[in-house]
Design a protein around this ligand. Structure first.
Ligand code: CP
Length: 313
């Protein structure tokens, strides 16, 4: 049952902060924007006069471009800053950087940072709305929203679906945000990966845990396959790439042998082809990886639009 609400939140820091109705409101708003994106001129004046800054202190292809396009499709003015081209390099703090940017009359800051909690910290220092575009291993809320939007679009529902998240769960902000969103929307979530990549007490989030890919594939209707987050691991967590592929790499042969149903394949990107996903699965008939990227623009339009409507709390 859909229930859209009047939006009141100023920031989007994580899916953990949203309730079911807020998530559904975001998804439904994104559906409307997806229709607009199919028009010959895919642009609306909703955020004309607003200024949105993207501040990326970690590399990104999809998220940064997608947020910028979303802001432009809503007619906002955009400014992009990266850590390597800013006064961070001269020792300026994150707080000073953003307060200086805010002094130029901006409305929203979209931040990606390697430290979990950086967006929350910023939200306490500035008047502008803050959007988390990925903070350390904590959350990546818009990735989860676009993943769930894509699943709902392809399969027509979330409630009751068997969704399996495979790979480096411990270091994945995508996994954390997906678990919050999927469990709030009533999906049955399983996480599967090496024991060394499984967070302690992950069962407490309402997921089922398995270390056996055969068991995971048997009942799955959706697989969200994660990248190995080497940049957040400070020690080797599996003997070698070949062992990882043998245990947890998703190949056509494994799907054919163990899956009982056709499985929708998602991946947040960037893909390590031949490691977490074989070529034939990444580009296969059940892969919706590029649909996720397309839907990311509509979902991020929904986020920017709804946050800009908020009443101050
Ligand atoms: N999915 C994702 O966050 O990709 P980027 O790192 O390219 O933004």
């Amino acid at each position: 049952m859909k229930k859209n609400i009047e939006w009141t939140k100023r920031h989007l820091l994580g899916i953990e902060d949203l309730d079911r109705d807020e998530i559904v409101t975001m998804l439904d708003q994104a559906e409307g924007f997806k229709e607009i994106l199919k028009r010959p001129i895919p642009k609306v004046p909703a955020l004309r006069g607003r200024t949105i800054v993207t501040l990326f202190c970690e590399p990104s292809t999809r998220t940064r471009i997608s947020f910028e396009l979303a802001a432009k499709r809503l007619s906002a003015d955009t400014v992009n800053i990266t850590a390597s081209s800013s006064s961070f390099l001269k020792g300026e703090t994150l707080k000073d950087t953003v307060r200086n940017i805010e002094a130029m009359q901006i409305d929203m800051v979209i931040i990606r940072h390697s430290c979990a909690g950086a967006p929350l910290f910023l939200s306490r220092c500035v008047e502008a709305s803050v959007v988390n575009a990925g903070d350390g291993a904590h959350e990546h809320p818009t990735q989860a929203l676009l993943d769930i939007f894509t699943i709902r679009e392809k399969l027509g529902k979330i409630k009751g679906l068997n969704v399996c998240i495979v790979g480096d769960i411990a270091h994945s902000r995508v996994a954390r945000s997906n678990i919050h969103a999927l469990t709030k929307l009533g999906a049955k979530v399983t996480v599967c990966g090496p024991k060394t990549m499984m967070p302690v007490d992950i069962e407490k989030t309402g997921v089922t845990v398995t270390y056996d890919i055969k068991e995971a594939l048997k009942k799955a209707e959706v697989l969200n396959v994660l990248r190995i987050q080497a940049e957040r691991q400070n020690q080797l967590l599996f003997p070698g790439t070949r062992e990882y592929i043998r245990g947890f790499g998703i190949t056509k042969a494994k799907l054919k042998k163990y899956a009982e149903k056709d499985i929708l394949i998602l991946h947040p990107g960037p893909i390590n082809r031949g490691v977490e996903l074989s070529q034939d699965v990444a580009d296969g008939e059940y892969s919706v990886i590029l649909d996720q990227v397309t839907n990311g623009v509509a979902v991020r339009m929904a986020v920017l639009f709804l946050l800009s409507k908020r009443r101050k709390q």
